[in-house]
Ligand binder design. Structure first.
Ligand code: GLP
Length: 260
């Protein structure tokens, strides 16, 4: 796990560089995309690179992590709408090549199985962008999720619904209770994982991720078992790390040839 602590305004460009390098190496890369505020700087940076003619995602495919159950098509907070707004509209990926779990399916287990198969058929995810919830969830794998879980329906915790109420005009009752989410084992199959965490509210989850024991109570800690994870943190998100000075020293001495 590579932990990089930099001022918040540098994180988008660092993440953008990481994704752009992956796409340069493999123009038909499969990118895992996340909703939430954490990846926005990365999406903006990718958009800037595409506008400048330095990068094209036209050959790429994208898979979303999760989706609310029951929000109608076009709802502003439906995750497909959010990803269209925050990512697809900024780059040149074909919207038909962006996939998400079907939160409106009549047969939810069949929709989850079909989603797993679609990811497999695409060759698996090359680079997965991730945020983390204040309770340590990744995608919508809430505390006590199975570390071996696959795409399935989950019930959101009260804390996540409170955290996400800001996207629903502050009305916690408007936040759906259920979601479909890639499982932890699904996410762990991505070849490279880029996690972005910003702000003091994330510092506890980040401390568990980097320095805590692996536990389903903090689902993000599963990433300790992944061979290729890059963690981008601002100083506030890193504020509870005992090894923060070490991580800064490692990054300051990072050889240029090393890449991410
Ligand atoms: C939601 C999403 C997660 C995301 C989390 C954190 O719960 N399902 O994928 O990581 O929010 O969001 P933010 O980055 O806005 O803090």
């Amino acid at each position: 796990m590579e932990v990089i602590i930099r001022p918040v305004e540098e994180l988008g460009a660092l993440g953008g560089h990481l994704i752009a390098t992956a796409v340069e190496t493999k123009p038909d890369a499969v990118i895992g995309v996340a909703t939430g505020s954490s990846p926005l700087g990365v999406y903006d940076d990718l958009g800037r690179r595409v506008d400048a003619g330095e990068l094209s995602l036209a050959g790429c495919t994208a898979f979303m992590l999760d989706e609310y159950v029951g929000l109608p098509e076009g709802h502003p907070e439906r995750y497909r709408t959010v990803i269209d707004r925050d990512f697809v509209s900024k780059v040149d990926i074909d919207p038909a090549d962006v996939h998400g779990p079907d939160g409106l399916a009549d047969d939810i287990p069949a929709a989850c199985a079909a989603y797993e198969e679609a990811i497999r058929d695409a060759g698996g995810v090359d680079v997965q962008i991730l945020g983390v919830g204040t309770d340590g969830h990744i995608a919508f794998n809430e505390p006590a999720s199975s570390l071996a879980s696959r795409t399935r329906i989950k019930t959101l915790t009260a804390q996540t619904r409170r955290d996400n109420a800001r996207f629903f005009g502050g009305d916690v009752d408007a936040v759906p209770r259920h979601c479909l989410t890639q499982g932890i084992a699904t996410i762990m199959e991505a070849r490279h994982i880029l996690l972005v965490a910003i702000g003091t509210a994330k510092s506890e989850a980040v401390a568990h991720l980097v320095e805590g024991p692996i536990s389903g109570m903090w689902p993000v800690t599963a990433l300790q078992m992944h061979p290729h994870v890059t963690v981008l943190l601002d100083p506030e998100a890193a504020s509870r790390l005992q090894l923060a000075d070490y991580f800064r020293e490692v990054y300051d001495g990072k050889p240029v040839w090393e890449g991410f």
